[in-house]
Design a binder for this molecule. Structure first.
Ligand SMILES: NC(=O)c1ccc[n+]([C@@H]2O[C@H](COP(=O)([O-])OP(=O)(O)OC[C@H]3O[C@@H](n4cnc5c(N)ncnc54)[C@H](OP(=O)(O)O)[C@@H]3O)[C@@H](O)[C@H]2O)c1
Length: 282
């Protein structure tokens, strides 16, 4: 029976599609923009936009398992369509932010929490993957690094344990293939706690030149982030980083070891694999 992978242009989903197909399993890659998908030969594609319920029925036909990105907009309709289609198990790419003290009212955390709650109240078996910050968030610095400009940060000493997206994909694939006995919800982090400044030093080694860091005010950071996301989200992210600067080293979870029997990939490995993205023009 088919495994549906939603958001298949996303970096975690792309890897899940490749791994399932490589294991010889029937996989359908679904995207809001299926024409832009690049999938291995033999992988079915489908249109599925998580906020457009009219796309659900066809994408879910014959599906028993779903890898899902969190989108509260259409989640109740998606659950109903999944139940009607005979879906048995959903693996959700949630977020460790749902464990925060005021997750319900936090614009970032509530996005994933609302989806978790809707799924938990349904008849579907669910696995909630709750990763901490992705190593790939560092790509947000590539524009500055590529132009040899200082990376501007409001909280350069914020401690994060960034996780390699491939580790999330590996755990998701294990969950979808029945190799993840046990917990319904798993917190995932990278192998070590690093400040943003330490992450940039590792990226600098990978690209072979120094990357200056410039501390900016919170108001300036709010203005910059506001160009990419709604103001409440930017505020929430800055609150998170401010707390991460005050609280010292981030907690490192041993879930990758426990679940996959091997250590998490390092940030250094991610930086080496992605050094070309920081090359730019200068
Ligand atoms: N970044 C973090 O630190 C962090 C931490 C915890 C949890 N998360 C969760 O992880 C998710 C992001 O995961 P990700 O890094 O795999 O996703 P991503 O690469 O950022 O893509 C997210 C989704 O956006 C859509 N998309 C729209 N335009 C795209 C484009 N040009 N290229 C690629 N995808 C595009 C894709 O869905 P379609 O193919 O359907 O359009 C894709 O699944 C979010 O839901 C977030 O809540 C992130």
């Amino acid at each position: 029976m088919t495994i549906l992978v939603t958001g298949a242009r996303g970096r975690v989903a792309r890897s899940v599609v490749h791994q399932l197909h490589g294991a010889g399993l029937p996989v359908r890659a679904a995207s809001a923009r299926p024409a832009e998908l690049t999938v291995p030969a033999g992988v079915e594609t489908a249109e599925l936009a998580l906020d457009r319920p009219e796309t659900f029925e066809a994408a879910l036909r014959g599906v028993r398992q779903v890898f899902l990105y969190p989108e509260p907009a259409g989640i109740h309709e998606l659950i109903a369509a999944g139940e009607a289609a005979g879906v048995e198990h959903v693996v959700l790419l949630s977020s460790s932010s749902v464990l925060g003290p005021d997750a319900e009212h936090d614009p970032l955390a509530s996005h994933s929490l609302r989806v978790e709650r809707a799924l938990a109240a349904s008849s579907l078996a669910c696995t909630f993957l709750r990763p901490d910050a992705f190593a790939s968030n560092a790509l947000g610095w590539a524009w500055f690094v590529g132009r040899a400009q200082p990376v501007q940060l409001a909280y350069p000493e914020a401690h994060i344990a960034p996780i390699h997206p491939e580790d999330i994909a590996d755990v998701a694939t294990a969950a979808l293939t029945g190799k993840l006995a046990g917990p319904r919800a798993v917190t995932l982090t990278g192998a070590e706690s690093l400040t943003f400044r330490e992450q940039l030093a590792i990226v600098a080694e990978a690209v072979g030149r120094e990357i200056p860091v410039q501390r900016i005010t919170r108001a300036e950071a709010e203005r910059q982030l506001g160009g990419f996301m709604p103001a409440p989200m930017a505020g929430s992210l800055l609150d998170l980083w401010q707390a991460a600067e005050q609280h010292g080293p981030a907690t490192v979870a041993d879930t990758t070891d426990t679940l996959l029997g091997r250590p998490a990939r390092s940030f250094r490995q991610w930086a080496a694999e992605n050094a070309a993205a920081f090359a730019g023009q200068h």
